[in-house]
Design a protein around this ligand. Structure first.
Ligand SMILES: [Zn+2]
Length: 337
């Protein structure tokens, strides 16, 4: 039996007008959201009402805004055929992957919508959840006014023009804005929640430099007995054992400031990040970047795991250094800046 969870459901139902006449474009002024709240009633009745309300498609009805604190099963939200978001109260048994899939979204979306790469699954805390992929944008208020679609688009602008054009259409469709919002600017009211489909926040944090592998550490950060030098030596990074030729990704976006052979480190890449911190990748078998190249964190394969330099077996020697070149324990930096 599915667990029933305490969540606050906020449905921002938006008006849609589809005119039967072909080729007609209608311009409507935005209907102000009427505040309405349901009385407490049985979950079944509420769900029936929700389903009824939310499954209405391609019909003319008026914008409104409902707020209701009730208990809803995540699968119900997943089933709803339009965008909906809610606040989920975290339970001890929740895990983020299961939670994302039970609501019909992804961990990446939840990270973006909660503006945090590290989601702290603390029981009792609330997490914003949604049934679509993408980022929730909370419309800001300035002098009592909200934001326009153009302003929001500018905020999420990427270099790609075609993507930009599509994004407008995607936002209009996902949020069920009136069709004319494709042709004219559209005003959102303050605090309105808008889904930005397929767009995720770039957190610019340090990540584990591999994809889809669990993090194993054969030698940690700090003082240790060096297996090759046979003496006690401070270990400036983590040794991450992986099969030979496992792809190595940039831990964080930045510019390559060194790519080549380094005494002891073997084939090494060093990347400098926006705040002046650096990451170092040693003992690689191959390097795919050269000095001066800008690389995207988690996306650019910079080389492959090897055993070059002073090494006893295939592993990546991974370091994070601050602006003064001092080594920092990477374990304390993953998921942060
Ligand atoms: Zn090492």
């Amino acid at each position: 039996m599915p667990a029933i969870l305490n969540i606050v459901v906020m449905i921002s139902a938006r008006g849609l007008f589809f005119l039967p006449a072909i080729g007609m474009v209608a311009f409507f002024s935005r209907v102000n959201p009427a505040q309405a709240s349901w009385e407490t009633r049985s979950e079944g009745a509420l769900m029936a009402e929700l389903q009824n309300l939310l499954s209405v498609r391609d019909l003319a009805w008026v914008s409104d805004f409902h707020e209701q604190r009730t208990q809803i099963i995540p699968a119900e939200i997943k089933r709803i055929n339009r965008f909906i978001w809610a606040s989920h109260e975290i339970r001890p048994s929740d895990n983020i992957w299961k939670l994302a899939s039970s609501y019909g979204t992804t961990v990446e979306s939840l990270q973006s919508s909660n503006s945090s790469e590290l989601i702290w699954m603390k029981p009792g805390h609330n997490l914003i959840v949604q049934n679509r992929k993408g980022t929730l944008h909370y419309v800001k208020s300035k002098d009592g006014r909200g934001q326009s679609l153009e302003q929001i688009l500018r905020q999420y602008r990427s270099g790609n023009e075609a993507r930009q054009r599509n994004l407008r259409e995607d936002i209009v469709e996902a949020n069920r804005l009136p069709g004319w919002a494709l042709l004219r600017d559209y005003e959102f009211v303050p605090d309105e929640v808008v889904l930005i489909p397929g767009v995720y926040l770039e957190f610019d944090t340090f990540r584990v430099p591999f994809k889809h592998v669990s993090l194993r550490v054969s030698s940690g950060f700090g003082s240790r007995y060096h297996p090759v030098l046979k003496r006690k030596k401070f270990h400036d990074g983590l040794d991450l054992p992986q099969p030979h030729n496992t792809p190595v990704y940039a831990s964080r976006s930045g510019r390559v400031i060194f790519a080549g052979w380094k005494e002891g480190y073997g084939l090494t890449a060093i990347i400098k990040h926006s705040d002046g911190m650096t990451t170092r990748y040693g003992h690689m078998s191959k390097i795919y970047v050269s000095q001066g190249l800008w690389v995207e964190g988690g996306k650019k394969m910079i080389g492959r795991v090897g055993s070059t330099g002073l090494s006893t077996g295939p592993h990546l020697h991974f370091e994070i250094r601050d602006q003064l070149g001092r080594a920092i324990n990477p374990k304390k930096k993953f998921g942060r800046k």
